[in-house]
Each structure stands twice: as structure tokens, then as C-alpha cells.
Design a protein. Structure first.
Length: 224
């Protein structure tokens, strides 16, 4: 899943980005309201963490503009202010949740996960495809081997790649699509990194689970 952080306090923004990246999310960071609005409008984000006090455009105006344009991406607003009026205004402009600085990183991660679960409430958190079971809420993976369910331990990035394929089971996901949703916007390394992670998943799961569609990408092929 991909998250956009719009925060002008650079140390805080980078700290949040490092933490959320460690949780397995692809994270982009911008420090200006206008750039944040542009990026959120053009990018395919699953959630936006949006500060209120921003140069260019404040968070209220960014949020209102996104909602006016029909974007329903979950928005978690951050502010150093503390008052009922500020929270009400943020929620009135279309924000989904509100967090006042200083806040606990653990609380922020919990809010992020709650918003992402809320958005995906229509999709089952546990996906069973043949002998593979993926619990996207608990971020756990199991394989049924001769009637015995064994947990498969994956790294955060391996799970993110698998999750992207699982929720699109039977569909082809291009290498560019996987890069966009699992790695951040600024990634300029070798795109073959996707192949490395797919190979790792095949070794940890089973070889025939993820198929290569020549010239198109990858497809997770398993009976439900």
C-alpha cells in the first residue's frame, strides 16, 4: 500500500516515512501544500497523512480541494493546534481522522491501519487461495501442507509484494504497477528488484504460485 505524507517539518516527515516504510508501506513525502495536492491528485495513494499548517496551501484547503474533485482517499490530518474548532474544521473539509502534535508514533500507526482497514471493509481481510492463506490485517501468511497449516515468515517488502498480487488474484500485475505500489515515488534503482522479491516469494511459498506472464508482468494463480 502507498502513503503520501504532506508535512513541512522535514525531520518529522522523514521520521514518519522511515517508520511507515519499516511497516511495509511505500511512502512518498512532500513539504508543501500545493505539491501535496498535485501529488495526491495525480498519484494512486491508499492514504494521505496531511499537516494543517503548510506553505503554499494549508491542509484544510488541500483536503477540501481533494474532496471537491471527487477523491475519496482516506486523510489523516496532523496539527500542532489543540482545540475543538480545529478538529471540527478539519473533519468538515472531509478528513477521516485527526491527530494533534505531539503524538505517539504507535498511535499514528494504529490510526493509519484503522483507516486502511475501514477503506477495505468490503474486501475480506483473510484471503484463501488453494493452500495459501493471507491475513492482510494481521500481516501473516500460511501454507497448508498435507493438512497441516504452517506459517511462512516474510519480510515487510515480501509481504507487500504478495499482498499486491493476492488482492488481484487471477489478474496480471505489471512490474511498473508493483513498483509504484510497493516502492516509493523516488525509487530510481533497478526495476528488476521486483523479480528478486518474486523469486524470494516463490522459494518461500511454492514455485507455481506466482506465474510470469511474458511481456506483461505477474499473476498469482491459485484456486480459491
Amino acid at each position: 500500500m502507498r502513503i503520501l505524507i504532506v508535512e513541512d517539518e522535514k525531520r518529522l516527515a522523514l521520521s514518519l516515512a522511515r517508520g511507515l516504510t519499516a511497516e511495509g508501506y511505500a511512502v512518498d513525502v512532500v513539504h508543501d501544500g500545493r505539491e501535496g495536492l498535485h501529488r495526491a491528485t495525480e498519484g494512486a495513494y491508499d492514504l494521505v497523512v496531511l499537516d494543517i499548517m503548510l506553505p503554499g496551501l494549508n491542509g484544510y484547503r488541500v483536503c477540501a480541494a481533494l474532496r471537491a474533485a471527487g477523491h475519496d482517499v482516506p486523510i489523516l490530518m496532523l496539527t500542532a493546534k489543540d482545540g475543538e474548532y480545529d478538529e471540527a474544521e478539519g473533519l468538515d473539509t472531509g478528513a477521516d481522522d485527526y491527530l494533534t502534535k505531539p503524538f505517539s508514533y504507535v498511535v499514528l500507526v494504529a490510526r493509519v491501519k484503522a483507516l486502511l482497514r475501514r477503506r477495505a471493509h468490503h474486501a475480506p481481510p483473510v484471503h484463501v487461495l488453494g493452500d495459501l492463506k493471507v491475513d492482510t490485517a494481521a500481516r501473516r501468511v500460511f501454507l497448508d501442507k498435507a493438512g497441516d497449516e504452517e506459517e511462512v515468515v516474510l519480510t515487510a517488502k515480501e509481504f507487500a509484494v504478495l499482498e499486491h498480487l493476492v488482492v488481484r488474484a487471477g489478474q496480471v500485475a505489471s512490474k511498473a504497477d508493483i513498483l509504484e505500489h510497493v516502492w516509493d515515488f523516488a525509487y530510481d534503482g533497478d526495476p528488476n528488484i521486483v523479480e528478486v522479491y518474486v523469486s524470494a516469494l516463490r522459494r518461500k511459498l511454492r514455485p507455481g504460485l506466482i506465474r510470469t506472464v511474458r511481456g506483461a508482468g505477474y499473476r498469482l494463480d491459485a484456486e480459491r
